[in-house]
Design a binder for this molecule. Sequence first.
Ligand SMILES: [Zn+2]
Length: 393
Amino acid sequence: MSEKTPAFPGLLRALIARPSVSSCDPSLDLSNLDVIHLLAEWLENLGFSIAIHKVAAGKANLLARLGGGGTAGEGLVLSGHTDTVPFDEGQWSCDPFGGIERDGRLYGLGSCDMKAFFALAIEAVRSFDAKSIRRPLTILATADEESTMAGAKYLVAHDLKPGRYAIIGEPTGLKPIRMHKGVMMESIRVLGHAGHSSDPSLGANAIEGMGRILNELLAWRTELQAKHRNPMFKIDVPTLNLGAIRGGDNPNRICGHCEMLIDIRPLPGMDLFELRQAMGERLAVALADYPKLRVEAHPLHDGVPAFESPADSAMVRACEAFSGVESGAVAFGTEAPFLSSLGLDTIVLGAGNIEQAHQPDEYLPMEHITPMVNILKGLIGRFCVEDTGKRHG
Ligand SMILES: [Zn+2]
């Protein structure tokens, strides 16, 4: 019955072959259960005990644990998300689910972001004798990172602390990442009254109100960027992007409704709740002279907090030692702030480059495989095998 656990890249090919797109667009959203069950089968073959947590209909997290006598909240977690983003039909030069290997690259949807991590983790794990694992080694595979972060949020909501140390294998080009920005996506709506364009008193123009709001948001952005700066980031200030705007229908009608979508990327130390409050105040100020217009703002999702691990944490130091690369910061969001909020010493480090993620012909550079497996072996040795007395001071 049980599928034998193949070698890399067979592992990766099998994962790529099982579609697990997650999307806020229900017509594109798929279940991740095929990937979860395949990982469960492979890991069970390697002696892991398996727990599958249902996150939503057709969506689950996997917590697979090896060794350590079942001590909860201890040991090392190798963490990744099982889902991928949707793909552009017709823009790939090969089958997105084919796992084709060519010119030192393995192509496929999720090859670098981030199904490869599970294959690499299994490669690393199987070089250890299960009996040598003193502290639990946990493989965590989550649902819906690319859409709602529901899998990571499930852990926080249920206070499931899967270990003490965590590495999230997002594609960082083998560089340890101890900081990233947060993500907030908000919808701002201005509600006015439609009316005949020939007489402005017949209505209240939502586009004019949105114009005021737009200027107020740009002024707020300038203030935020003057106040917050972090040289660890390539874009060293928080950003605010005006992403979409739509309103009205006819030139001869006063516009009764206008909506704008914005994206804010806060730096570590900037609180999402406080930012939303400050934004609400600015929106009210912008429309103070327009009593007939109403503005409402709501988040498109809860948002992802910024993430920061101390430069001298055990995980940061171990990852710098095993990779030979100094830790840094990235601009993309991950599940790290959720694991961090559960008290895990967390880092983001993985094979593949973010430049190849979320786009046609996504691939994993094969030259990343051996160094990443070696980093993972080093971490397993350090946090699960070595005598605690010798380390962890
Ligand atoms: Zn990812």
